[in-house]
Design a protein around this ligand. Structure first.
Ligand SMILES: [Zn+2]
Ligand SMILES: [Zn+2]
Length: 295
């Protein structure tokens, strides 16, 4: 077994510990009765909040939850960090059938076929794709609770902010699933020097998930790019990602294969930012220049 598989099997035992409704009720009761990590709750108060009458049975379940999720001391019981995470994940709706979906809504024009882009949300994934040529522009795992609790009018903006936060999280090297460190690699195509054919691969050594996206997403939160958008009146935290694909002109190429160097140029409102990244996506050079008008 690999480390990742071992961790997954440990996780399934952990999951079984709280999957019993009565045990989850204990964890939830502790959550409801406490507001900061060091606060403790007495046995009697906890049993009452969890709604378990039989004190022997309650004690049994409490024992099963310790020490991973619940710990006791002279003052009573408190939640561990893992216990708090269990409640947070349950509330997010990821493990339940929290009914959150979105009627397809227009998200701008398709760059390829000039058809209509459509934003949808289903089964925990937001997606932007073209209704006409069916091209998938973007998708991102998004917690159902975010969709269920957001005013429909604000939904596009909130979904984008969430997507941007996830992009930044991955660009900073954190796995969106387990929080472990991500390895980043730039993969060059053999027969082409075109930017579109360059893939960025992310891999998590802890949970073994892999992800792939393009160079553009990987540099979107670089200060020089954020500044370029800001100068054009666009706050990248608020602006739908699929529109940032549409609005600027993107260009780039592989400049060196041995010690990998890929150049990306983003042009917007008369300015261009060019970044050069190495094989682990570190920006090794950048320059900003005005763009000559072609009028
Ligand atoms: Zn299209
Ligand atoms: Zn992971």
């Amino acid at each position: 077994m690999t480390d990742g598989q071992e961790r997954a099997s440990d996780a399934s035992e952990t999951f079984a510990l709280v999957a019993i409704e009565r045990r989850f009720a204990v964890v939830r009761a502790l959550w409801d009765l406490t507001s900061h990590p060091n606060e403790s709750v007495s046995f009697a108060a906890l049993r009452e909040q969890a709604g378990v009458r039989d004190s022997g049975q309650f004690n049994y379940h409490l024992g099963k939850l310790a020490p991973e999720f619940v710990r006791g001391d002279g003052d009573g019981y408190h939640l561990t960090e893992a216990g708090r995470r269990v409640v947070g994940t349950a509330v997010s709706g990821v493990y339940t059938d929290l009914d959150a979906s979105v009627e397809p809504r227009s998200a701008g024009d398709c760059r390829v076929c000039e058809g209509t882009l459509e934003l949808t949300y289903d089964e925990g994934v937001m997606m932007v794709r073209c209704r006409d040529c069916e091209r998938r522009v973007f998708d991102m795992s998004t917690p159902p609770v975010l969709v269920a609790e957001t005013d429909p009018e604000d939904l596009s903006t909130v979904l984008w902010r969430h997507a941007m936060a996830e992009v930044q999280r991955m660009n900073s090297g954190f796995c969106p699933y387990c929080g472990g460190p991500l390895d980043t690699a730039v993969e060059l195509p053999e027969a082409s020097d075109a930017l579109n054919d360059v893939d960025i691969k992310y891999g998590c050594a802890a949970c073994e998930r892999t992800f792939q996206w393009n160079v553009y997403l990987a540099i979107l939160d670089h200060p020089a790019v954020v500044d370029l958008f800001h100068d054009a009146g666009i706050d990248v935290r608020e602006f739908p990602l699929w529109k940032t694909f549409l609005r600027p002109d993107l260009d780039g190429r592989i400049v060196e294969r041995n010690s990998v160097r890929v150049e990306v140029t983003i042009e917007l409102d008369g300015r261009a930012v060019t970044l050069t990244v190495d094989d682990s996506l570190d920006v090794v050079a950048h320059r900003t220049a005005p763009v000559e008008s072609t009028d």
